[in-house]
Ligand binder design. Structure first.
Ligand code: PRP
Ligand code: URA
Length: 209
């Protein structure tokens, strides 16, 4: 079973409160989501492997450790996942980025895939799938399915807010995938929205609706 990691750093929790607040406008919402994504990138890369390299300080020759950002890949789920992408790229500028386009049909609540573009060496990379919301889990499961069909097998999920139902569904469908969230909320409502959640992440990021 993949692990569920709740990123409970006070800075993340503080910013998430304002992300949730219905009074937060589009500009502030976008900035806060970007900042939380950077902080979550710090947590999700905690176990990335380091290698030693030689380094000359002003005083002496020594060895330092570096991560190989070339081995990482970021996969935002369009469109709301894009709202977190830049925040992660700030910490991992050498990571390549793939895109998976999915939207959830409002009637059936099932994901509809409309776009996929991945780096050519995607199978060699440790991937972080990025989406602010993990609700029923349908979109996350479908995105991970797309990646696995292309031969990817090192995948983590990063979400701002998750519902227990979505976490369970992803853990059952993809038990090898660890999930990092800023908050695990109470439940889904009858329309598949996370309660208390933050509303429709895409609409709040882009000012639609
Ligand atoms: C939202 C969200 C997730 C999905 C979560 O996207 O960004 O991708 O819903 O719901 P699920 O876990 O029940 O699948 P949406 O379908 O609204 O598309 P958008 O990002 O284009 O707004
Ligand atoms: N998608 C969203 O944007 N918000 C939810 O609460 C559920 C799905």
């Amino acid at each position: 079973m993949g692990k569920l990691v709740i990123c409970d750093h006070p800075l993340i929790q503080h910013k998430l409160t304002f992300i949730r607040d219905v009074r937060t406008n589009t500009k502030d919402f976008r900035e806060l989501v970007d900042e939380v994504a950077t902080l979550m990138a710090y947590e999700i890369t905690r176990d990335v492997e380091l290698e030693s390299i030689d380094v000359q300080t002003p005083v002496a020759a020594t060895q330092g450790k570096v991560i190989s950002g070339r081995m990482l890949g970021l996969v935002p789920i369009l469109r709301a996942g894009l709202g977190m992408l830049d925040g992660v790229v700030k910490l991992l500028p050498a990571a390549k980025v793939g895109h998976v386009g999915l939207f959830r049909d409002p009637e059936t609540m099932l994901p509809v895939e409309y776009y996929t573009k991945l780096p050519t060496d995607v199978t060699e990379r440790q991937l972080i799938v990025i989406d602010p919301m993990l609700a029923t889990g349908g979109s996350a499961i479908a995105a991970i399915d797309v990646l696995k069909k292309r031969g990817c097998n090192q995948i983590k999920m990063m979400n701002l807010v998750a519902a227990p139902e979505g976490v369970k569904a992803v853990q059952e469908a993809h038990p090898d995938v660890d999930i990092y969230v800023a908050a695990l909320d109470d439940r889904l409502d009858d329309h598949g929205y996370i309660v208390p959640g933050l509303g429709d992440a895409g609409d709040r990021l882009y000012g639609t609706k």
